[in-house]
Design a binder for this molecule. Structure first.
Ligand code: PAF
Length: 286
C-alpha cells in the first residue's frame, strides 16, 4: 500500500478549536470519523485510521492518556508517550486533525461525573482492574460529546471495551456509529499493543504464547472440549512459557460476556496474562 507523506495534521488542544473544525466540516455536509487513542501509535491504530478514511470525509485522531482508566499509578506513569512520533505517523495518513487535549480540558476542576456500564464491566478485565471501565466509559463519552463525530472506530483487540462502548452509545442515545475493527498482529501472532513496547527483548519472545494458547483452546473447543478444562490446560501452558500469572482465559458470549462451556452462541475466547510485569490481553472469535 502506498503511503503519501503529508504535512503533520494540526494538533488541537481545546474543545473550542475542535468543535470549530468539526462544526465547519459537518456544516458542509461532511461525515466526520474519530479514532480515540492513548497514543504510542502502531499498525493496529493505523488500521483504525484506514477504516475511518474509507468511510468518512474527515478523520480526527484523539491522543489522550486517560488517568481515570489506570487503576495503578505506576502503570499510568510508565505508559509510553510519543506524541511527536505519533503525529509523524499520522502525517502519512489522511488525518485532518489530532485532538490532544490537556487533562484539564477533559476533567476540569470540580469534575464529578462517572459513566458506568453495569454488568458487562463486572467480569474479565473489569473484575481485575476495578474502576478501569468507568474511566474508559467516561472519557469515551466525553470524547464523543467533544468531537461530535458521526462515526467512531475501535479495535477488537480490546473486545470487552468495544462491547462496553457499544452499550453506552445505545443506552445514552449517543448519535455516533461505532465500528469494531479486526486485531492487527505481529508476524509471530502477538496482538499489536502499545504495552508490547514495555517488554524486554527476552520477554517479548515469550509473548506469542498468549495467542497460541487461545488458538489451542479454540481447536480443543472445535474437537468437542469444555472451556473450563481447556482453560486450565492453557493457563498451565502460559505459566510454563514464562508468564507469571493469568488473570483469565475464558470462553464468553459476545453480546453479554456471560461465561460459556461450549460456543452455543456467538462467542469469543478472551485472555489476560502477566509477562515480566506487563499485562497483555488478547482474544479470538470461535
Ligand atoms: O483503547 C484505548 O486506547 C483507550 O481505552 C481509549 C478507548 C482511547 C480510551 O482512553
Amino acid at each position: 500500500m502506498t503511503e503519501v507523506a503529508r504535512a503533520v495534521p494540526p494538533v488541537l488542544r481545546s474543545k473550542a478549536a475542535l468543535r470549530a473544525a468539526v462544526g465547519g466540516w459537518q456544516a458542509a455536509g461532511e461525515i466526520v470519523g474519530v479514532v480515540p487513542t492513548m497514543g504510542a501509535l502502531h499498525e493496529g491504530h493505523l488500521s483504525l485510521v484506514r477504516a475511518a478514511e474509507a468511510s468518512c470525509d474527515r478523520v480526527v485522531v484523539t491522543i489522550f492518556v486517560n488517568p481515570a482508566q489506570f487503576n495503578n499509578p505506576s502503570d499510568l506513569e510508565s505508559y509510553p508517550r510519543t506524541e511527536e512520533a505519533d503525529a509523524e505517523k499520522l502525517s502519512r495518513r489522511r488525518v485532518d486533525a489530532i485532538y490532544a487535549p490537556p487533562v484539564s480540558e477533559i476533567y476540569p476542576g470540580g469534575f464529578c461525573t462517572t459513566v458506568s456500564v453495569a454488568g458487562l464491566t463486572d467480569v474479565l478485565c473489569g473484575a481485575h482492574r476495578p474502576g478501569h471501565f468507568d474511566g474508559v466509559a467516561t472519557v469515551v463519552t466525553k470524547l464523543f460529546t467533544q468531537t461530535r463525530a458521526d462515526r467512531a472506530f475501535f479495535g477488537e483487540k480490546d473486545f470487552q471495551q468495544l462491547q462496553v462502548i457499544r452499550r453506552l452509545v445505545r443506552d445514552l442515545d449517543l448519535e455516533v456509529e461505532v465500528t469494531g475493527c479486526p486485531t492487527i498482529r505481529e508476524e509471530d501472532g502477538t496482538a499489536m499493543s502499545s504495552r508490547n513496547l514495555l517488554l524486554s527483548d527476552r520477554a517479548r519472545v515469550r509473548a506469542p504464547a498468549l495467542h497460541e494458547a487461545l488458538q489451542e483452546m479454540a481447536e480443543g473447543l472445535r474437537a468437542g472440549g469444555q472451556a473450563s478444562e481447556l482453560g486450565a490446560a492453557a493457563r498451565a501452558r502460559l505459566l510454563a512459557a514464562g508468564f507469571s500469572g493469568v488473570d483469565y482465559i475464558d470462553l464468553r458470549a459476545c453480546d453479554d460476556l456471560s461465561l460459556l462451556e461450549t460456543p452455543t452462541r456467538e462467542a469469543r475466547l478472551l485472555a489476560a496474562a502477566w509477562l515480566a510485569g506487563v499485562r497483555l490481553i488478547d482474544n479470538i472469535a470461535v
